[in-house]
Design a binder for this molecule. Structure first.
Ligand code: T46
Length: 142
């Protein structure tokens, strides 16, 4: 996996009679205190979102309905992760560039975040990102 990303196996309670339940608890399934939750939905399938990195934010992305592909990359690695099961979360740590695309109709992407919304935590300029991330991940590899 790309540095600062990993897949998290989620374990729903499955019940054929009553239906299923997926718990997401901080410091258990979610490896940080949860400070914010948001959902992305009703995205046209041709739309690509994201195009940014975060300086200091941790997030777990769970596609709780439908399917979406998440491109995660650093200056050194790139991967396209298909989230098509609510039994897998994608952890994305600091300084990872992300783009989300191929949203299926009716897809719902649930995101659990380690911090409140902060516009200053975003890096949206790719050249600026590359410069900062090159240093960050060069140190990271040592
Ligand atoms: C990320 C990916 C996976 C808020 O007001 N509060 C919030 O908590 C968030 C996340 C967004 N917003 C506002 C800011 C924008 O006016 O919602 C609007 C759309 O946000 P944005 O264009 O940043 O959405 P995406 O899909 O490009 O990115 C979002 C998150 O912002 C980002 O942190 O990692 O989802």
């Amino acid at each position: 996996m790309v540095s600062n990303t990993r897949l998290i196996k989620l374990s729903p309670f499955m019940d054929k009679k009553y239906g299923d339940l997926l718990p997401l608890e901080e410091m258990k399934e979610i490896p940080f205190p949860i400070r914010r939750v948001y959902c992305i939905y009703d995205v046209p399938s041709s739309m690509r979102r994201g195009y940014h990195s975060h300086i200091d934010l941790e997030q777990v992305l769970v596609c709780i309905q439908g399917q979406v592909t998440i491109m995660v990359k650093t200056p050194f690695e790139e991967e396209n992760v298909v989230l098509g099961s609510r039994y897998t979360g994608l952890y994305v740590g600091p300084m990872v560039w992300r783009e989300m695309y191929d949203f299926s109709k009716d897809s719902v992407l649930l995101v659990l975040a380690s911090k409140p919304y902060d516009v200053d935590d975003y890096i949206r300029d790719y050249n600026a990102y590359k410069r900062l991330a090159y240093d960050y991940f060069s140190d990271y590899a040592k």
